[in-house]
Design a binder for this molecule. Structure first.
Ligand code: UDP
Length: 243
């Protein structure tokens, strides 16, 4: 890494905005190794605090960016500001756009059966020239896992978008990174649902005001318990800021 990473409750973040993150990821394409990119939000940071495996993966990832306003706020609060937020779904779409321009092959893995295929159709319509190297739903069994890894490797994608939810997707990529044959693999949570038109993103005015979390809570109330990580995150950051 060129620049010092910024630590938030032990999780290292690369101080890059959206454009710089896309540029950095583009530079990974030329290197023959699977690069793990993580878009981490307060929930990820809180989870890493209690899950050593996830923390180790975040520390080894080639790039960790601030997914959302909570991380940007925390960085400022701790006196080590980050340049801005890099929402996972926007980063994933920017990378797909770049892939369409440059002819990178993209593999979509995750979501309920049919979602990745529908996301592929929607993205191909939106980004002419996009090459989808393969699709795979995210509800395969342990026994099917080897076949899934082999299919990804055979497709040799430049960009592998993995939407299995956090932290499953990060652990899955990490576990198989040496055999995936992908230049870049990134966990994208529910982004494939968004690309397939199954889930809507918050309206722009809410995103601009840092209220995307509120939209998600109102539209997916089943997330309530998971989102309790947010106030716990705020309290921990405030406590660390004071110490
Ligand atoms: N998912 C999956 N396989 C699983 C569990 C989840 O493919 O075993 C998918 C699920 O269908 C959804 C995504 O993972 O598309 C999780 O979305 P969410 O917005 O909850 O992501 P997170 O916020 O956890 O990153």
């Amino acid at each position: 890494m060129d620049e010092a990473r910024i630590k938030i409750l032990g999780v290292p973040f690369d101080p890059l905005g959206m454009e710089e993150a896309v540029e950095r990821i583009a530079s990974f394409m030329a290197v023959d190794q699977c690069h793990l990119v993580v878009t981490a939000n307060p929930e990820t940071v809180m989870k890493a605090g209690e899950d050593r495996e996830l923390m180790a993966i975040l520390q080894e990832a080639q790039l960790v960016v601030a997914d959302g306003i909570g991380i940007v706020w925390a960085a400022r609060c701790l006196g080590t500001p980050l340049p801005g937020r890099v929402p996972g779904v926007e980063l994933a779409e920017a990378l797909v756009a770049l892939a369409a321009q440059r002819g990178y092959r993209v593999y979509l893995l995750g979501g309920a059966p049919g979602v990745a295929a529908e996301a592929a159709r929607c993205l191909e319509r939106k980004y002419p020239g996009l090459v989808i190297a393969g699709v795979q739903h995210g509800y395969f069994s342990r026994e099917e896992e080897e076949g899934v890894v082999a299919a990804v490797a055979a497709a040799r994608p430049h960009l592998l978008l993995v939407g299995l939810g956090m932290p499953k997707q990060e652990k899955w990529i990490y576990r198989h990174r040496q055999r995936l044959g992908a230049a870049v693999a990134i966990g994208v949570g529910g982004s494939l649902d968004v690309f397939a038109g199954k889930v809507c993103r918050a309206p722009d005015w809410m995103c601009r005001r840092g209220l995307e979390w509120l939209y998600r809570l109102l539209s997916q109330p089943q997330r309530f318990f998971r989102m309790l990580a947010l106030p716990r995150f705020v309290l921990k950051v405030l406590a660390q800021g004071r110490s």
